[in-house]
Design a protein around this ligand. Structure first.
Ligand code: EPZ
Length: 420
């Protein structure tokens, strides 16, 4: 299948306004949560991204009625007739695992293919499985599959996650929402997307407290109604466009942002020499016309630390900042695949296990490069904006998973970029 590519003529300063899309990593668990609703759920601010399309296909296979009108999605799970996600869809999108907790909460059983790896390294689900087992779920492994059943129903439990896993926290919340009794999740993930999921579930009648903190308490309720909810703004897309502004020494106004979610990131741009202002409720203005410098050390952490998803776009920016930047990637095992591709553009990056050392170079030169994963692809586009000459970014299906029409957004603020 011939995959599309983005062709970028670098060297143009970005200037203008971009309205930031809704968050992919909030929309996916929200769509899974609609499986628990016995009424219509309406979600606003849904981005047009292929991961959302994959989630819609999963809901369709489960017998839920999904409709999209522009950025509004309605899901009616009242007539849900099936508890089986097709294997092809499980493989297509690793994060489909978040449907497991919701399907178990609704149907009490589900079969899931044993996850392999993905472009970020192994994507185990042991925290998910061990937590569900503590809630009365039985798991029988057979060739390549795991059969989940809850013969005595799902019951609340005291869960201590070995690591504040985003997906495991979401899966336990979803399974616990209609379980018998109270579930406590200790060492829960604190990402903003967890809080967004809890807010939606509570609008549907759930009883969830503490989301956004390290201990989340879920009191099981018999059933959930539908509700109306607006998906939060995508903090990683916001950070990506800030990197695009900075690498072109331009200035951007980003609207429809969720400013608080950028608290681990805004100080970094100021440290590099950018002027960054937040105003109204949802606007972030960045001006990078002054000379910028390398930020020093970037260490990825769980929220509220620096987010791993912003590591690749930020690395692209640091390749042309004078000085040395040291990245330490603590969340995923191999999340530096974009470094070699950035090297093809002239970047000087040395990777050893979880450490990547970037020596800033005066300029990058356009070349043919290939997206390795979602955020790695976004990093290549970011770098292409600053390259001398033409950069062709291939395999952009990775980018389309999480960025809504990235070329339209960038062209609207002065980039010379076309999709082919
Ligand atoms: C979510 O993935 C996000 N995806 C990721 O965003 C994000 O990078 C990640 O959280 C961390 O913030 C969605 O929300 C759809 P984890 P998730 O469980 O839930 C290990 C993007 O670019 N682990 O917090 O899969 C795991 O291997 C994507 O938008 C286990 O060992 O992340 C990883 O090393 C990429 N066992 C670490 O924990 C488990 O059972 C963090 O994973 C689960 C996870």
């Amino acid at each position: 299948m011939n995959h599309q590519k983005l062709i970028i003529e670098g060297g143009r300063r970005l200037q203008g306004e971009i309205a930031v899309q809704g968050a992919k990593n909030s929309l996916l668990p929200l769509l899974a949560a609609t499986v628990l609703c016995d009424g219509v759920a309406t979600l606003h601010n849904c981005p047009r991204i292929t991961d959302a399309d994959a989630a819609f296909r999963i809901l369709d296979c489960l017998g839920c009625k999904c409709c999209r009108e522009c950025s509004v999605v309605t899901v009616d799970a009242a007539k849900m007739a099936n508890n089986q996600v097709p294997e092809a869809l499980m493989q297509e999108m690793r994060s489909s695992i978040v449907f497991l907790g919701a399907i178990l909460g609704r149907c009490g059983s589900c079969r899931w293919s044993t996850p392999g790896g993905c472009e970020l390294g192994p994507r185990p689900i042991d925290y998910h499985v061990e937590s569900l087992k503590q809630m009365g779920v039985e798991v029988v492994q057979e060739a390549g599959y795991m059969n989940f059943t809850a013969p005595k129903g799902i019951r609340g439990a005291k869960i201590a996650l070995p690591f504040p896993s985003v997906g495991a926290t979401e899966n336990v919340m979803l399974a616990a929402t209609t379980a018998e009794g109270v579930t406590e999740i200790h060492n829960a993930a604190r990402e903003p997307e967890i809080t967004d999921l809890a807010e939606f579930l509570n609008k549907c009648g759930a009883r969830i407290a503490g989301a956004g903190g390290s201990t989340v308490v879920v009191e099981g309720v018999p059933k959930l109604s539908g509700a109306e909810h607006t998906v939060i703004s995508d903090r990683i897309v916001t950070a990506t466009y800030m990197c695009c502004a900075a690498i072109t020494r331009g200035e951007l106004l980003l609207s429809r942002t969720k400013q608080d979610d950028l608290s681990p990131i805004l100080p970094l741009f100021r440290k590099m020499g950018c002027s960054v202002y937040t105003y109204d409720k949802d606007k972030i203005y960045i001006n990078a016309r002054k000379a910028l410098r390398a930020p020093g050390k970037i260490v990825t952490h769980v929220h509220p630390g620096f987010p791993t998803d912003a590591q690749a776009p930020l690395m692209a920016l640091t390749t042309v900042l004078p000085g040395t930047t040291i990245f330490e990637e603590n969340i995923f095992e191999s999340r530096y695949k974009h470094a070699a591709e950035l090297g093809r553009l002239g970047a000087k990056i040395n990777v050893r296990e979880r450490i990547a050392v970037v020596e800033g170079v005066p300029r990058l030169s356009g070349a043919k490069v290939s997206s390795t994963d979602l955020r790695g692809g976004a990093a290549l586009v970011t770098a292409g904006l600053a390259c001398e000459g033409i950069t062709t970014v291939g395999e952009i299906q990775h980018i389309d998973r999480g960025y809504e029409a990235i070329e339209d957004a960038l062209r609207s603020v002065g980039a010379k970029i076309i999709r082919k």
